[in-house]
Each structure stands twice: as structure tokens, then as C-alpha cells.
Design a protein around this ligand. Structure first.
Ligand SMILES: NC(=O)c1ccc[n+]([C@@H]2O[C@H](COP(=O)([O-])OP(=O)(O)OC[C@H]3O[C@@H](n4cnc5c(N)ncnc54)[C@H](OP(=O)(O)O)[C@@H]3O)[C@@H](O)[C@H]2O)c1
Length: 344
């Protein structure tokens, strides 16, 4: 099992960095000489070097560069966390590979994300539904493209559906997620916490549980366990749910106690434009990213045997840590949405 060479893309990122840290914490399963990390800039490469793993300076948009990296380093398995939006990056990897994983987002399976089929779970025919829907939603475009090219190339593919992620990452470079830090920064800027008029429950996972999920999946594959893959290889890393307004209320209390906002209660965004501008999100996705409802049926046990350590109560009690982390680790604007194209 220790013979496989694993490449993590987006290794300077929040999720990829934490996956790398979790992998190398299990030395017997994942010796450092078998772990490869891809980062986009020289500065990120330097930051990852002290880990003692193989660090590759790689532009995933360059198909030739990706193919050379996969072949020269004899990569067997890829955990692709760099982008679920830009399908081309995953396709370059699949074209060069024998086995791979991919990461997706779960907001696309909400009513707000244009998903008309209701609740889904691991093992459902999600690929067929995504294909039938064909609505141009970026994540669905990526998922179906991955599944189809992998099938054609004889590559085994697994789509990991990632919900809202929180907690401080354990990577070397980016340690912050997207949603909560954006709310914290917006609130500090306006001296007021804002929320959407629409309350519901969303699905979520702590970054440490998510990293464990990827590593567990990889271990099972390496141990030769027969897992559903390709068209039925959808895995949802959902640990628990929480209320949008309950989260905002906890954040407001903490920010107010720290003197970072002047109002003790949250106000309603006066328009989606105001929210998009302040949260620095594309207008088309801002409501989706901050109001999407639960649509994954995760409550009947976790098929992989995953045991998340975080729950709703711990999550809501962790808002002070979220604020501290945002103040300490912010690296400015995210590049995640730069490649988003308008939907059909
Ligand atoms: N965080 C969440 O709550 C969440 C939830 C659901 C799904 N997701 C999805 O999971 C993926 C990773 O999220 P994240 O929060 O870890 O984002 P992140 O911190 O921005 O990490 C992504 C990493 O991939 C790198 N990257 C992007 N395009 C690249 C390219 N063409 N070549 C080389 N490297 C490239 C980025 O480089 P730079 O550092 O140079 O930008 C960054 O280091 C995203 O697709 C996101 O949509 C995230």
C-alpha cells in the first residue's frame, strides 16, 4: 500500500494544505517520499518545502506541464482540490493518469443552486441526474466532464462533494476557508453584521474532519476495497447541519464582544448587490453561498465508516476561533471565483 505515489493539487490552498498535513501525519501509510504537492507560485513552493515532501511548481492550466509532472514522477493517484469550477484542470490530470479523485461542492444540489430533484445521498445516480439537468452550473459541468473522460481513459474517478467548510486549516500557506472569513471581514468593514432575509439549515464539515474523509477514502482505495466509482462514485463529506441565522447570531455576539462591530444584532442585507460587493463574491452566487439549504441525506450513518468529531454545538461555539483565525491568517482576496463563467 505504501508504494503508491499520491499527488495533492491545490496544496497551498485551505483544503489541499490540510489534506497534505493529514496524509503526512500518518507516516506508515503515507511515507513522505511518496507524497507530492502541487502549488502554483514559487513563494508557495518555498512555504511547502519544510514539510520534506516532493513539492511541484505546477500550473494546472498547462496540459503539457501536468502530463510531464504525472509521468516523470510516476503519480498513481491524485487528490484534486485546486478547483471544482475549472473543469479543464481536472481533465488535464485525468488525461495523464491511471487513478484519481475530484472535489465538488454541495451547494449545487440545493433548490437555490437549481437542483430540481430533492434530496440525494452517497450511491445515488447523481451523475445521470446531473447529465439530464445539463444546466451549465459550473460544478455539474466539472463533475460530468470528469466522470466521462475518466471512463473513456480507463481512470477510476471519485467525486467528493464538499459542503460549507469551517475551522482553521493545517496547511502551510492558506489556513482560511471562504464563507465565515468573508462574513467576518465584511462585518468589520461595515461595523455591522448582515444576514440574508432567508433562514434555513445548511450542511457543513470541519476542515479536520474533511481532511480525514479524503485520507480515509484514499486508504480504502489503496487497500483494494471495492468502492463505487465513476457514475456512482459520488461521496458527500457532510458531517452535520447548522442554521444560517444561528451561526450569524453566534458570530455577532463574538464580534460585538470584541468591539469589532457596533450593533449587537445582525441586520438584513438591503440587496444582493450590497452583499456581493461587501462579501467579495460574484453577484450570481452570493445568495446561493449564504442561504443554500440541506439537500444531502447524510443522517443514516457514514458509508465509509468516517467518524466526524465536530457537530453543530461545537461549530456554533467556535465562532471566536473563527474570528481570531481571520484576523491572524487572512491572505486577502481568493482566486477561486476568477474562472467562473455565467450559467446557461
Ligand atoms: N472552502 C470551502 O468552504 C469549500 C466548500 C466547498 C467546495 N470548495 C471547493 O474546494 C476547492 C478548494 O477550496 P479551498 O477553500 O481549498 O480554496 P483555496 O484555498 O483557494 O485553494 C485552492 C488552491 O488551488 C490553487 N489553484 C487554483 N487554480 C490553480 C491552477 N490553475 N494551477 C495551480 N494551482 C491552482 C490555488 O492557488 P492560489 O493560492 O495561487 O490561488 C490555491 O492554492 C475549490 O474548488 C472550492 O470551490 C471549497
Amino acid at each position: 500500500m505504501a508504494d503508491l505515489k499520491i499527488l495533492v493539487t491545490g496544496a497551498a490552498g485551505y483544503i489541499g494544505g490540510s489534506v497534505v498535513a493529514t496524509l503526512i501525519s500518518e507516516k506508515t501509510h503515507f511515507p513522505k517520499n511518496k507524497v507530492f504537492a502541487a502549488a502554483r507560485t514559487e513563494e508557495q513552493v518555498q512555504a511547502l518545502q519544510p514539510l520534506g515532501i516532493n513539492v511541484l511548481h505546477l500550473n494546472l492550466q498547462d496540459e503539457q506541464e501536468v502530463a510531464e509532472a504525472i509521468f516523470q514522477n510516476e503519480i498513481d493517484l491524485v487528490i484534486h482540490t485546486a478547483s471544482s469550477i475549472e473543469a479543464q484542470l481536472a481533465l488535464h490530470l485525468i488525461s495523464a493518469l491511471g487513478k484519481r479523485r475530484a472535489s465538488s461542492v454541495t451547494t449545487g444540489y440545493s433548490k437555490e443552486g437549481g437542483w430540481p430533484y430533492g434530496t440525494i445521498k452517497d450511491g445515488d445516480q447523481v451523475y445521470k441526474l446531473e447529465k439530464e439537468l445539463n444546466d451549465g452550473f459550473p460544478i455539474r459541468v466539472t463533475n460530468t466532464a470528469i466522470t466521462e473522460l475518466a471512463q473513456k481513459q480507463g481512470v477510476t474517478s471519485f467525486i467528493v462533494g464538499v459542503p460549507f467548510v469551517y475551522g482553521t486549516g493545517t496547511g502551510q500557506w492558506k489556513k482560511l476557508s471562504q464563507n465565515i472569513p468573508a462574513i467576518v471581514k465584511a462585518s468589520m468593514k461595515l461595523k455591522t453584521v448582515y444576514k440574508f432575509d432567508d433562514n434555513s439549515n445548511f450542511i457543513t464539515v470541519h476542515i479536520s474532519d474533511l481532511a480525514d474523509y479524503y485520507v480515509l477514502l484514499v486508504k480504502k482505495i489503496m487497500q483494494g476495497e471495492k468502492l463505487p466509482s465513476g457514475e456512482v462514485g459520488y461521496y458527500f463529506a457532510v458531517a452535520h447541519e447548522a442554521g444560517w441565522w444561528a451561526m450569524i447570531e453566534s458570530l455577532t455576539t463574538v464580534l460585538h464582544a470584541r468591539g469589532l462591530v457596533t450593533q449587537p444584532t445582525a441586520q438584513i442585507w438591503t440587496s444582493d448587490d450590497m452583499a456581493a460587493e461587501t462579501l467579495v463574491l460574484p453577484r450570481q452566487y452570493v445568495r446561493l453561498m449564504h442561504t443554500a439549504r440541506v439537500t444531502i441525506d447524510y443522517k443514516n450513518g457514514f458509508p465509509l465508516g468516517w467518524q466526524p468529531k465536530w457537530n453543530e454545538q461545537k461549530f456554533l461555539a467556535s465562532m471566536d476561533e473563527e474570528v481570531s483565525a481571520t484576523l491572524q491568517y487572512d491572505r486577502g482576496r481568493t482566486t477561486l471565483f476568477d474562472t467562473l463563467k455565467p450559467m446557461n
